[in-house]
Design a protein around this ligand. Structure first.
Ligand code: LRH
Ligand code: MN
Ligand code: MN
Length: 423
């Protein structure tokens, strides 16, 4: 795949139109002088498990050319990064992405300009070589031997992560119960915290542990880390390297996610994100495809809260996507998600914070809404494109993906019937 050769022609063809749009926004809108630098610094990690066509519980329809191994997953993320220069990291899921040669994998990723974001453990599925089952939970399990096995798996994931240069572990537990009475909530909570403490003890000093919560699924009565409050209370018991991770699809309907984000950030316990969008539940739809205003409002809180704490937008939180699809080309979908996230970030950077604060202090509710929506309704695509251009990416990554016929090339190389490991 030779993105580089064609990228120049692609950009040359679009440059005049882009410059017109970029000049227009500069003439119309008060743009912070550092906005392009901030957009350039902002990298979003791609989940290894989103590179194949996502399954549903009713079927899986592979689109062909899916990565057959970790090397090919890295090549796919490398392709995305060559197109948009904004996907400079990959998040691995173990054991789906286990490797016996981490040094070679690390070197391959470096060739593509990729770093390793959080490594994810998996105690929500039984693996072929595994002694005990997670059918009734992992870190919460009534049997100490199952808990031990799950703890040990997490420690092995940390070890693999160390070899790859990752700096964080994401723990998501499907632990919970399906029926009232099945579980002693108190004991399940305590056992989970005790197990997490053992994992936490194996964390290197410069690592973070992210504890992801989820309201329901696969358990439908209770989930032991079911919401931000449960995660927050647990990470507080672990220590300063433990944080809560917000997956946008893991809330009950109508939850005010931006307020949750603001609170966790204020408390110094927000670790990062799994970006996606949803209409009903953990739908894992493309970021910004259903509720772009919510995504903007989340970034509005992030910019406000991170600036208040003097945090580095690009570095101090984990920015990861967790979306996968049944009906789209997974690579096109990821390009869309990355762009939607960048747009929400750019719009949040445009908010006139001094005016907003003044309007709030004057209880001018109408002005508050106008200020936010003025930023949200600004077409920031030329700002995001300018950042990409300066980084050496494509003005229109999705169009270039299609112009190059990348999916067909992948099918030629890998076959029409390949299926990536993952959900
Ligand atoms: C659970 C989840 C979690 C898993 C991933 C595959 O729904 O969001 O992050 O690791 O999906
Ligand atoms: Mn997730
Ligand atoms: Mn999920």
């Amino acid at each position: 795949m030779f993105v580089g050769e064609k990228l120049h022609d692609h950009n040359a063809l679009r440059l005049a139109a882009h410059e017109r749009r970029y000049a227009f926004i500069q003439s119309e809108v008060a743009i912070p002088s550092d906005i392009i630098t901030k957009l350039k610094d902002f990298q979003i990690a791609i989940p290894s498990w989103a590179l194949g066509t996502g399954g549903t519980r009713f079927g899986r329809f592979s689109g062909g050319g899916e990565p057959r191994n970790l090397e090919e997953k890295i090549a796919d993320v490398g392709l995305l990064h060559a197109l948009n220069q904004t996907s400079g990291a990959i998040s691995l899921h173990i054991p789906w992405d286990s490797t016996t040669n981490p040094a070679a994998i690390k070197a391959l990723a470096a060739q593509h300009g990729l770093a390793f974001d959080a490594v994810n453990s998996n105690t929500f599925q039984d693996q072929a070589n595994q002694a005990l089952s997670y059918k009734f939970g992992s870190l919460q399990h009534v049997d100490a031997a199952v808990r031990k096995q799950a703890v040990q798996h997490n420690i092995e994931v940390i070890q693999q992560g160390i070899e790859l240069g990752s700096k964080s572990l994401t723990v998501w537990l499907s632990d919970g119960s399906c029926f009232p009475g099945q579980l002693n909530f108190r004991k399940a909570y305590e056992r989970t915290v005790d197990s997490l403490k053992e994992i936490y003890a194996a964390l290197p000093s410069d690592w973070k542990l992210f504890l992801e919560y989820k309201a329901y699924e696969p358990n439908f009565y209770s989930t032991t880390v079911g919401d931000w409050g449960q995660s927050y209370s647990m990470v507080n018991k672990l220590g300063e390297k433990a944080y809560t991770l917000v997956d946008l699809g893991h809330h009950l309907p109508n939850a005010n996610i931006e307020q949750i984000v603001s609170l966790l950030l204020m408390e110094g316990k927000l670790g990062g994100f799994h970006f996606n969008d949803s209409k009903y539940g953990d739908d894992d739809l493309t970021a910004g495809s259903i509720k772009p205003y919510q995504l903007f409002l989340i970034f509005n809180e992030l910019v406000d809260g991170m600036d208040a704490k003097g945090m580095n937008h690009a570095q101090d939180l984990g920015w990861m996507i967790d979306a996968s699809h049944n009906v789209k080309d997974p690579l096109e979908d990821l390009l869309q998600s990355v762009e939607a996230i960048q747009m929400a970030y750019a719009q949040a950077l445009l908010v006139d914070r001094a005016a907003l604060e003044a309007a709030r202090n004057a209880n001018d509710v109408v002005a508050c809404q106008e200020i936010l929506q003025t930023a949200f309704r600004t077409d920031v695509r030329s700002l995001v494109a300018q950042a990409r251009l300066e980084l050496g990416g494509a003005l229109d990554p999705l169009a270039l993906f299609r112009e190059l016929g990348i999916r067909n090339q992948l099918i030629q190389q890998r076959g029409a019937k390949t299926q990536a490991t993952g959900l």
